[in-house]
Ligand binder design. Sequence first.
Ligand SMILES: *Cc1c(COP(=O)(O)O)cnc(C)c1O
Length: 405
Amino acid sequence: MLIDHLNRQRLERQAQGLTRQRRIAESPCAPRQEVSCGGQPAREMLVFGSNDYLGLANHPALVEALAEGARQFGTGSGASHLISGHSRAHAALEEDLAAWLAPCIPDAQALYFCTGFLANMALLTALGDASATIFADKLNHASLVDGALLAKAPMQRYAHKNLTVLERQLERCMTPIKLIVTDAVFSMDGDMADLPALLALAERFDAWLIVDDAHGFGVLGAQGQGALGHFGLRSERLIYMGTLGKAAGVGGAFVAAHPSIIDWLVQSARAYIYTTAAPPAVAHALRESLRLIQSVEGDQRRVQLQQRITELRTGLATLIAAHPALEWRLADSRTAIQPLIVNRNEAALALMAALDAQGLWVPAIRPPTVPVGTARLRITLSASHTAEDVELLVQGLALAARQMS
Ligand SMILES: *Cc1c(COP(=O)(O)O)cnc(C)c1O
């Protein structure tokens, strides 16, 4: 019965071009990766699909720091943070993160989580009680949506970046606590939220602004401080969530906020309390990652990334202009997430397959991850890509465009 039920749904998805499949990376995360798929032998591919924006995921200093962390702290934490799993490595990492975010959030404290998904669950369920309302951008990440659905607070969604709608919703809101929740860099479009305007609304309506900076932390702002630094924001009303498995190249996430907020998460957030603490060695490696991000080497990597973004956008703009009939378009993005929107699911899959045949791996993203009719290739760039890598991608897309025209 269950199996029939599942198989029926799978067939429906198949008919819509919506089935998903995993590939196996046989080598570390890098632009050139050994990849196998569907039992075929592994082959080297040029990959534009990771969120390893600074190319730190296989950095020798981080590999060494993780090994050193394991020698010093072992492999497992043994328990959740409130039982006996909270190690010196976790505590030290939280101090480093708090100090780094303190210029943006006065007296900030930080709390480390196993993943960003859990951090968002924890935040929204712990703060979104029955006396609160959650205001959420329509294109927020799935973990923010699910966190809000699990919270007692009602959720009001506003059209993507439509602050007029948000303002009206805030005006009408009768609950004493108001939580505005947004991605800083939207994960499937690469565009940025207008955080200064959102913070101004929060101040005007006595609301709080929860910022998910999964794609900005380490990349944006001076020394990679993230979206708050990028906009030069400073306020007690900011609640910041940064992930540490993307630009930081290791894993996990953190929330930085007013000490009372952090304490309330420790007291009450089930997604924090009822899960085993991440291996302390991971926290130890992350301290080294933070040092790298803030160093001159980090600056150089951010400059390289910016160059690749410019090169890719220039190349794609020329390509799109040469093939108007395909109706491809670039998103309004200045970040390392550069979607090429091709509209139909089948077009996205055909384009991914055409690139695949050339040894290029760029993931196709389809509904429900993105709105119906906006299927796309989600091209992501890393500081470890070279100008030649970007040129190969643009040429590969040009060949595919001629095949599909
Ligand atoms: C990746 C991502 C998350 C989840 O973080 P993980 O550490 O991967 O669980 C949350 N929000 C956004 C916007 C993301 O892109």
